[in-house]
Design a protein around this ligand. Structure first.
Ligand code: NM2
Ligand code: OGA
Ligand code: ZN
Length: 381
């Protein structure tokens, strides 16, 4: 690891200024006190904070601050509490906030690599079930790809019903819903959802009528001998970025106003949620895209005078959703599955017909647990 060294440190009562080899970073006394790593401030076993913000005097100041002998970090003594704590250079660099912050509405985390149809199916992160099961490093590399691109493929899975949940448990937790722990996706006589027909499905994110929305979705193929029924995936963050670049006001409208989503397709279910189509966080970061023509309820949170403009924005976004240059299209065969980040990547299917059978199974998985598995695997590298 590339460990930074501390070259020097200066402080006044409320600010510590640390010079590293190539950068200088400031830290507030209060912030450092709150993040003290000594055993009276943090539990040594689990790393959890023992103190509350109200345990820290408002007039907390730095009494003394020095570079550790080998330059590996700093030692800080606070007043009036008398706490003495050390911070490693690596820790300080990793937690620096005296840096340039994003300020553009809709900025995208560098964790993600955006893509469109110029990426082929072969370039999507792919792993066979065997490799996923037997090799932690193959699982790690695949998960890294899934987090980066928001999509991944698994091949050579057993076509045993329900096996997708076993696959999911290799890296995360299955999220059960009214559709079950997992669900069959095939044409039915009295479908409780249009997914359970042979109709084409416009690219969408699943279950936008749920809050929180399921964060990862797996669709696994058990049988597919029909004509049509091809699958597509689309990077919703790339769509959002294009909308922002091409129609800035439209992007703002879709982030500013919530829409309603609902599902009442069977007698025992009534799901409703109110969320924007493009969701940004308090610091403007693009967080999620929700798009599903089948489940969008009447939009009632847009003021009358803005509704026409809002529909214009909605249409522009939908035109990008339908733009074939944004989609990667492929046909799942038995034993293939794909996983998508359902807060980012849309999926679609073409209509199908003919004499064959098409049988997919789907389930939802929590993204937080998946990312946790990836971090643990990466830390063990
Ligand atoms: N199914 C496949 O979100 C949706 O309503 C899409 C979901 C029924 C679980 C289909
Ligand atoms: C779904 C869905 C696509 C397909 O079940 O959510 O979008 O290929 N299905 O059947
Ligand atoms: Zn779907």
């Amino acid at each position: 690891m590339n460990v930074s060294r501390v070259r020097g440190v200066e402080h006044d009562k409320s600010i510590v200024t640390v010079s590293f080899e190539s950068v200088t970073r400031r830290f507030h006394a209060l912030w450092l006190r709150d993040n003290s790593l000594d055993s009276t401030s943090r539990n040594a076993t689990n790393g959890q904070r023992l103190i509350t913000i109200n345990d820290i005097a408002e007039d907390t100041t730095v009494r003394r601050c020095e570079v550790l002998a080998d330059g590996s970090g700093i030692r800080v003594a606070f007043e009036p509490c008398g706490t003495i704590t050390e911070f490693s250079a690596e820790w300080l660099i990793r937690h620096s906030y005296d840096v340039e912050h994003h300020d553009k509405l809709g900025w995208i985390s560098s964790t993600y690599t955006l893509w469109n149809s110029t990426m082929s199916r072969k370039q999507l992160p792919t792993v066979s079930w065997l490799r996923m099961e037997q090799s932690k490093s193959d699982l790690r590399d695949w998960l890294h790809g899934v987090v980066t691109y928001g999509v991944g493929i698994v091949t050579d899975m057993p076509t045993t019903p329900g096996f997708l949940c076993e696959m999911a448990r290799r890296f995360g937790f299955v999220r059960e819903t009214n559709y079950g722990e997992y669900f069959d996706v095939r044409a039915e006589i009295t479908p409780t959802n249009l997914a359970y027909t042979n109709l084409g499905l416009q690219a969408h994110t699943d279950n936008p009528y749920r809050d929180p929305v399921p964060t990862m979705q797996i669709l696994a193929c058990l049988e597919n001998t029909v004509e049509g029924g091809d699958s597509s995936v689309i990077d919703g963050f790339a769509l959002a970025q294009r909308l922002r670049n091409e129609h800035r006001e439209d992007f703002e409208l879709l982030t500013k106003y919530p829409v309603r989503f609902s599902y009442e397709g069977s007698a025992d279910v009534s799901l409703h949620a109110k969320r924007p189509i493009i969701e940004c966080g308090p610091d403007g970061e693009l967080l999620a895209v929700r798009f599903n023509n089948r489940s969008t309820a009447p939009i009632v949170d847009v003021p009358f005078d803005s509704m026409t403009a809002f529909y214009g924005a909605y249409r522009h976004f939908a035109e990008l959703v339908d733009d074939p240059t944004m989609a990667i299209t492929f046909k799942l065969g038995p034993g293939d599955a794909f996983i998508v980040d359902n807060t980012r990547v849309l999926h679609a299917r073409r209509k199908f017909g003919g004499s064959g059978q098409r049988w997919l199974q789907g389930c939802y998985v929590d993204k937080d647990g998946m990312e946790s598995t990836l971090r643990v695997l990466e830390a063990a590298k």
